[in-house]
Design a protein around this ligand. Structure first.
Ligand code: NAD
Length: 474
């Protein structure tokens, strides 16, 4: 059986304690590979290698680091199909989604931050307090911890700015979807990236996390994942006064106004709820619909959802695959049962598919208000609720209900309303008449239970550097 090893100091490395975890194929439920189950000793080896490589990597000209990232991007681009295949296999996402969107986006992340390495500049201030200029030095060794839902896309979103800014990295991908990060580590070896610059340690978060986060040589932690783990990491990094960027869960609202062109955008509205089986932090899981169109919207939306083809990730017609794991599948089914208990009406879906693998039919629920658990807690699956609203104030109150504050989408032709509501929504990102449109220069992240800090563009370059101000009297 295929074994996915760590990548430490420029070489594949078996786990020190020779312990391996099964890697499943969600479309069948079968185990198809094993991944290294790291421990504190493996983390120690990776941090030591990263620490050794750090001074030389930091001392490289920015353009040389940019060239390395370009080289890695080109190597990845040449193998997009292979990477899409491994992500379809261990994550269960449709192959076409990985090939056409997510892996190309990983290439774009590497290229974007290659350019950022050569464009990054620091501030200077000239005035009555003399001349001040700011140096921005790399931090040294940094940690990147990423989740299973967009494995390579989020892995590269972290390692690219960290490396571009001159840091060396110890990365911990999700143990549920380790294959693409493992393959990228191998590619970094093939292109000759200096040993120790990029290290990948696999394993269960709770078993390797503390050793990585608590090590004083690790100067910053960039984490994307659940709110519960994010809070835990935030508490530990806070106690050590260590930088942390926390990109956490969401319960995003999609606001559909009667004056919007919703009928011609139904496909996008459905995609915004069900892409990657709803396992994207930016999916809209609460559809808020103006009451005057509620009945017709519900009818058309449910019809469109019923037409969504669920199937094997390798089937070119499948728009939705299985959920990522047995545990997540069971959690989503429990959330649907809870919605029924709370009095919700299941308009379509609501059940597992009668076939091997972890498939759940796309599910639409209505009849529940903003205070119930179904509308407050993240489900992170193919489950969306519908709620009617009466006016702008009501829509805003529903959208802002709850602890999360990641993103929202507004569908209206009234631009004054759109801008007014966009400013009043308690979220980090708003889309108007679109969804998941991403400019990599913009700040990415959320408020409240959705996290702390922002990634993207210069925000990420600032996060991965330490500023030092120097003032002189003129
Ligand atoms: P998770 O928190 O269970 O795991 C994320 C990563 O953290 C994994 O690599 C895991 O091994 C590791 N981890 C787990 N426990 C740890 C610990 N104690 N110390 C250190 N690391 C630990 O999340 P998940 O289930 O993999 O991902 C789904 C979640 O991620 C959802 O809540 C989703 O909303 C969120 N997410 C957020 C964003 C965003 O940008 N805001 C993007 C994608 C996913």
């Amino acid at each position: 059986m295929q074994r996915l090893t760590h990548w430490i100091d420029g070489a594949a490395r078996a786990p020190g304690r020779d312990h391996w975890l099964p890697v499943h194929e969600p479309a069948t439920g079968a185990v198809y590979a094993e991944v290294a189950a790291g421990d504190a000793a493996d983390i120690e080896a990776a941090i030591t290698a990263a620490g050794r490589a750090a001074p030389a990597w930091a001392a490289l000209p920015n353009s040389t680091r940019a060239a390395w990232l370009e080289k890695l991007a080109a190597a990845l681009e040449a193998r997009i199909d292979d990477f899409a295949h491994v992500e379809a296999r261990d994550g269960g996402k449709p192959f076409a989604l990985a090939r056409d969107a997510e892996i190309p986006r990983a290439v774009a992340n590497l290229r974007f931050f290659a350019h950022a390495a050569t464009q990054f500049a620091s501030e200077s201030h000239h005035g009555e307090a003399g001349l001040n200029y700011t140096l921005r030095a790399p931090l040294g060794v940094v940690a990147a911890i990423s989740p299973w839902n967009l494995p390579l896309y989020l892995f590269t979103w972290k390692i690219a700015p960290a490396l571009a800014a001159g840091n060396t990295v110890v990365a911990k991908p999700s143990e549920i979807t380790p294959a693409s990060a493992s393959l990228l580590a191998t590619l970094s070896g093939e292109i000759g990236l200096p040993p120790g610059v990029l290290n990948v340690v696999h394993g269960i978060g709770a078993e390797v996390g503390d050793a990585l986060i608590d090590d004083p040589r690790v100067r910053a932690v960039s984490f994307t994942g659940s709110t519960a783990v994010g809070r835990r990491i935030g508490a530990r990094t806070g106690a050590q006064l260590k930088k942390a960027s926390l990109e956490l869960g969401g319960k995003n609202a999609t606001l559909v106004f009667a004056d919007s062109d919703w009928e011609s955008h139904l496909a996008t509205l459905v995609r915004s709820a069900f892409q990657n089986a709803g396992q994207i932090c930016l999916c809209g899981s609460r559809m808020l619909v103006e009451r005057s169109i509620y009945a017709s919207f519900r009818e058309r939306f449910v019809a469109e959802v019923l037409a969504l083809q669920v199937g094997d990730p390798m089937d070119p017609d499948a728009r939705m695959g299985p959920l990522v794991s047995q545990a997540h599948h069971d959690k989503v089914l429990a959330a649907i049962a809870r919605a029924r208990d709370e009095g919700g009406g299941v308009l379509c879906g609501g059940h597992a598919l009668d076939r091997p693998g972890w498939f759940i039919a796309p599910t639409v629920i209505d009849g529940l208000g903003p205070d119930c658990a179904t509308n407050r807690w993240e489900i992170f699956g193919p489950v969306v609720t519908l709620q009617p609203f009466d006016d702008d104030a009501h829509a805003l109150a529903l959208a802002n209900a709850g602890e999360y504050g990641l993103s929202a989408a507004l569908w209206t032709r009234d631009l004054t309303r759109a801008h007014r509501l966009a400013a009043a929504l308690h979220v980090g990102m708003v889309w108007i008449n679109t969804w998941l449109m991403r400019d990599l220069r913009t700040p990415f992240g959320g408020t409240g239970a959705s996290g702390l800090g922002r990634e993207g563009g210069m925000e990420a370059m600032r996060f991965f550097t330490e500023p030092k101000n120097i003032g002189l009297s003129l």
